[in-house]
Unconditional design. Structure first.
Length: 207
């Protein structure tokens, strides 16, 4: 029993080491640079040991992305605290959430991009637990939407939250990736504020 416990402890320790090293690699050179051999060398283990802890590199990358999503969830949770009972409060909350997302993306760089750049081998779908963790991001948008549009059903509110999140994400990607030219971060923040507030006010006017 003791021997089994020790083996489990070593396995868990190796897992944490591998996730930490993979996270550093992704943060430095991007998700597509992650390779088993250099990772094993850094962890001072055999390549085969990686696959005793993770089914494949996809599983390891998802473990790194899980850390990133947890950190993002925490900062969005803080930004969305106590949105207030008035429509103006809800609009201000949606603006804070959008700007917080932009700042997180700008600061996290390759770790944030790994959430969207990574594709499972052979186009396999992501596991259910990971898909659910990503969906949890939308709940931060749903809370102010409930104040802004109280007549919406929970299903429609969920769909709208996803759409708004996707719209903000698109602006952030285009801005940070400079796909439409270089935009200084302060200017991008101003543009995002204008867009989010215009969308929010448009929704209330259409209700």
């Amino acid at each position: 029993m003791l021997k089994k416990s020790k083996l489990l402890e070593r396995r868990q320790n190796l897992r944490e080491t591998l996730v930490g090293l993979a996270e550093k690699t992704i943060a430095k050179t991007g998700v597509h640079s992650l390779r088993a051999r250099p990772l094993a060398d850094s962890a001072a283990c055999a390549v085969g040991m990686i696959y005793q802890v993770f089914a494949d590199l996809d599983a390891l990358i998802l473990a790194v992305n899980e850390r990133t999503l947890d950190t993002l969830d925490t900062v969005l949770e803080k930004a969305g605290e106590k949105p207030g009972p008035r429509p103006e409060d809800a609009i201000a909350c949606l603006t804070r959430l959008a700007l917080t997302y932009l700042d997180f993306a700008a600061e996290s760089g390759p770790r944030w991009r790994a959430l969207f750049d990574h594709r499972m081998e052979n186009d396999r779908p992501a596991p259910d637990w990971y898909a659910e963790k990503r969906r949890q991001m939308f709940r931060h948008v749903e809370a102010p939407l409930k104040t802004l549009l109280p007549e919406l059903t929970s299903t429609k509110r969920g769909h709208l939250a996803r759409t708004l999140f996707s719209a903000v994400h698109g602006v952030v990607v285009l801005g940070l990736e400079e796909k439409l030219g270089s935009i200084p971060l302060p200017q991008l923040r101003q543009q995002l504020t204008t867009i989010v507030q215009a969308m929010a006010r448009g929704l209330t006017a259409a209700a």
